[in-house]
Design a protein around this ligand. Sequence first.
Ligand SMILES: [Zn+2]
Length: 258
Amino acid sequence: MIYIIFILLFGLCIGSFLNVLVIRLHDKKTLFGRSECPNCHHKLSFFDLIPLFSFLSLKGKCRYCKEKISWQYFFVELATALLFLISFIINYFYSDFNILILIRDIVVISALVAIFVYDAKYMEIPDEISIPTSVIVAVLNYFIYKNLESIIFGATIGVMFFLIQFIISRGKWIGGGDIRMGLLIGVLLGPQKAIFAIFLSYFVGAIYSIPIIVNKYFNKNKIEKEELNQNILPLAPFLVIGILMVLFFSGFIVKILS
Ligand SMILES: [Zn+2]
């Protein structure tokens, strides 16, 4: 029980940090220095920084200028804590516990949450997160599984999948950031699970897109032609969902199938 409370609090703190990381990475600001309100630039006090509770007690408004604070802060903190908890429960109770795997999963979840928010917000996948995470994960996976082949083969498959689409579409469907994301998927999951995770992502993305496409079709005349052809959906959030599903549940699937 004490573990569960600890992991939830730890997740809330990391989630709070990820909120700051996304904004400062985009604005090219240093990670150090006190946080401030994006509207009135008042420096935030210690009590304004307590995850979840400060948001709720202030009813989602800045203490100083009363400007509304985005729900993003609240949900990112909550989601990070819950994902940490799921990972802990699966690692601790449902598999042969290995502290390196838990550390790897905590690193991966943190990076994926940041990438999810960044891409949803700015339509871009930050290399500053995807590349270092790929390196850390590759090293940890080497020590965990001692299978260099799987890491290299996985990385090749992951990169090639997006690189080919990038070349065919001349960078229209896929951005360079997606290719680096393919690297992360490959080194994390190895070749087979990486392919499975990517297809799962595309499947979830397709289901999500159906109402949008239908809506576009029926309002064809009202929408400008350029807008009709535009790719409006960021890809990374769906990749994040696919990766996490495979990361969390592939153990179960393998057990059921064997
Ligand atoms: Zn303010």
